[in-house]
Design a protein around this ligand. Structure first.
Ligand code: FPP
Length: 248
């Protein structure tokens, strides 16, 4: 087994600032072991801390995790309720250590559908970690990229009732998106074998490198993360332009 990377080793200074992750495959991981799907989710939640710590050690400033999509309400009621309990447990358990480790927590998505206790925990966790600067961990919960864009336009309009929509710019939309204060993700990782973005950060992923792996989320170790980062380091990111060598 390779030793984990200790510092960003791309060699060209192109460290990702922001890594976004779709944590897929929990249910299949549990099924393979003859366990209920909810065991897959709790095992998946246990992976999060080591991966966030590793990103922080490498100098990555933002990690964003898709924990619950707007579409996940369609799952069986007991699975939804166990995901909510897991979220509560995670917030109750991790905040102290997040503060010790310099992790700022943000939650994006429509929290209004969560029960009052979870809404309060989310608000408290965000305010208690707001001063931490080592890494920002954003958890997307009841989140959808289309919802985010629609909300941004509505909020812009509410803030500028006199301005015609023909004046609305990309920069305006970006200002009102829920990730407005973060750089766009450089790298999206999706575990679990599917190759789609599933309504995650649709606006912000415009130029992200997309890394898909068959590894199921509870098996996505620090070594697997290093593989994804090494893959990213080989990419030639042009943002629609041409490379220096092609240009000359
Ligand atoms: C997708 O796997 C995963 C989810 C819908 C939930 C992800 C949540 C966690 C890992 C735990 C909570 C995390 C935090 C940060 C508190 P799936 O169930 O769709 O897997 P399958 O495709 O194998 O069925």
């Amino acid at each position: 087994m390779n030793a984990p990377l200790t510092r960003w080793q791309a060699g060209d200074g192109a460290a990702p600032r922001h890594v976004a992750v779709i944590m897929d495959g929990n249910g299949r991981w549990a099924k393979k072991r003859g366990l209920p799907r909810t065991f897959g989710h709790s095992s998946g939640a246990r992976q999060v801390r080591a991966l966030v710590e590793h990103c922080a050690d490498l100098g990555i400033s933002h990690v964003t995790l898709f924990a619950f999509s707007s579409e996940n309400w369609k799952r069986p009621a007991d699975e939804v309720s166990s995901l909510m309990s897991l979220f509560v447990l995670y917030l109750e358990k991790e905040i102290r250590d997040m503060n010790l480790n310099g992790v700022r927590l943000k939650v994006i998505g429509d929290a209004s559908r969560f029960d009052a206790r979870l809404q309060k925990l989310i608000a408290d966790a965000q305010s208690q970690t707001a001063g931490n600067t080592r890494i920002t961990l954003t958890v997307a919960a009841n989140y959808g990229g289309r919802w985010d864009m629609l909300e941004a336009v509505r909020r812009w309009q509410a803030a500028h009732p006199q301005r015609p929509v023909s004046e609305l710019s990309e920069a305006d939309i970006a200002t009102y998106l829920s990730m407005a204060d973060a750089p766009d993700p450089d790298l999206l990782i999706r575990t679990g074998g599917e190759s789609r973005v599933s309504n995650f950060l649709l606006w912000q992923l415009a130029y992200a490198e997309l890394y898909f792996t068959d590894v199921l989320w509870p098996d996505f170790s620090v070594q697997e993360l290093d593989k994804a980062l090494a893959w990213y380091a080989d990419k030639d990111r042009r943002f629609g332009a041409v490379t220096q060598s092609v240009a000359s």
